[in-house]
Design a protein around this ligand. Sequence first.
Ligand code: UDP
Length: 238
Amino acid sequence: MKQLELLYEGKSKQIYATDNAQNVIISFKDDATAFYNIKRAKIEHKGKMNCAISSMTLAYLNEHGVATHFIEQVDDNGQLCRVVEHVALEVIVRNVIAGSMAKRLGLEEGIVPENTIFDICLRDAELGDPLINDHHAVAMGIATYEELETIYQTSAKINALLVELYRKAGITLVDFKIEFGHDDKGCLVLADELTPDTCRLWDTQTHERLDKDRFRRDLGRVREAYEEVANRLRDALK
Ligand code: UDP
């Protein structure tokens, strides 16, 4: 497998073609951005840490029967992944109230609801990835009701597996964002990163934040928190 030309560069990742048209290499950058690029910084080794965290997590999901785009980690920053056709949705799964949900509904962060909460957002940065519902998604031709049902069921399975993995690491999985795609056979696959950039991760004992909120909210020790997650996941997977 050969890495070829750069196909796309986003805020935190680059995507390269390979000599196999079915596969790409996704390379994680050290850049951190928040609030739609208003806040920016470089965090030393973030790309490497996120690549390691996402690779461990996606390999774990593959092994536990969740189809993902991840094939293998190819170097410190890069993952070989299958090309998929992205669904224009972001799915947010919430086990603990935090972030935009707390703000929007005037709730205290840290409340643990009895049910798991699933939000869907339109994947459109210009519109600010607005929260939508199933009927909007169907009306816009993004997914059928049946496909949405599969997306919710798969998201619930991913959540159960990740909660268990992070529990072993002494970390509470507060919430996370995922995206899906369809592979060449039309099967739904998880096609996203799973890192402290896209998950809220709180130390279970101290509730210390080990995720991007350290950057968003100027809490300091961002690199150390990501390192802590990588090390604890490595131990939990032993
Ligand atoms: N998230 C993400 N990308 C987005 C929006 C949210 O990865 O464009 C993640 C975020 O890191 C958190 C979860 O999804 O783990 C829920 O985010 P929320 O809706 O609370 O928004 P935020 O407070 O991050 O603006």
